[in-house]
Ligand binder design. Sequence first.
Ligand code: NIG
Ligand code: FE
Length: 418
Amino acid sequence: MTTSTSSSADGLWHHLRLVPELAVLDQPLADGDAACIVVQDGAVQWTGPEASVPAAYAQLPRHDGRGALVTPGLVDCHTHLVYGGLRANEFAMRLAGATYEEVAKAGGGIVSSVRATREASEDELFALAAPRLQSLLDEGVCAIEIKSGYGLALEHERKQLRVARRLGEAFGVTVRTTFLGAHALPPEYAGKPGGSQDYTDLVCNEMLPALTAEGLVDAVDVFCERIAFTLAETEQVFQAAQKLGIPVKLHAEQLSDMGGSALAARYGALSCDHIEHLSADGIAAMKAAGTVAVLLPGAYYTLRDTHLPPIAQLRAAGVPMAVSTDHNPGTSPALSLLLMANMACTLFRLTVPEALAGITTHAARALGLQDSHGLIASGRPANFVLWPLADAAELAYWFGHKPACTIVRQGRIHGVQP
Ligand code: NIG
Ligand code: FE
């Protein structure tokens, strides 16, 4: 399962409709003008009205967009895509009334994925993750974050992160890896006096430096929660990351207000994610630090949460909001970023333009990719999607429907041929 059948996207893409907020044009469009995108050497060289295409590009091979709507390639900025086993049994437990915390305490939850992930080989994990990734890519995802956090021991965290890197190469997609060693207490530390501190020390002093030296870590994340790591342990991990020059992000205020977001903002976090219980102080700190709020409606939905993230306050404060699948086997077995956009609108009351920015520009920023992804503009790698849709609102309107799109990813054409 590779991208070997794709063809080059170099040439002049014409007869397109752009979403104005998601593109920076070299020449403005007048009302009713069709847009063009010039791609050369896998990068966008020029965008603007067909009538103004510079002479130097006029002879390039043409790709007729037939009036398609064009967006930047989508960005899924929070996933746990690489894991062994499944947790469909927990779905049944929760339907019978158990909470996420009760499932975790009964030996299920993250720790059950840890067992299965440790048992799987690197090749097995790759084979399991590949169709999940393909499903996201088929819907226009051009950059994706993949976390570790189901290994919880050096060799197994390494295995997950190596699979993430291999997926990026095999599928021709931008992958940002995140080390989430502090996701849960591994079974061999659980119930031991000082176990949580000992494991945090291991994460900071051994796992993170070793994996960073191997080039496997683009960012560091922690699950800061009463069933996971404390604020002090979180800060210890952030300090270790800071020492190595690795940016941080946080699973913050998902089940309770721990003050994690304000702490993360103090460390210049790329993003704080979940944030259902985010406080006014947390919002102010995130705004000041330029930290992105990553909304994860899939987990909210699965857990039948009723505590909404403070959307109106985030909007009023001007904190950029991203939307992601949080794909994971426990709380969000979601393989559609467009469905998450729909749910962000319906459940969280985002506007359609907010949801679209949430799966493109703001999601890119949550990964530190704001200069290369999430916006159509000259000088960036060619990542964009042609949608057979009349109105951009349809991207958030339909659900359970994968539009037959043409995807230009890393300068190669995938999906429906234009
Ligand atoms: O983002 N909140 C913690 N981590 C994951 C859930 C992981 C799991 O249950 O396996 C999340 O929702
Ligand atoms: Fe998560």
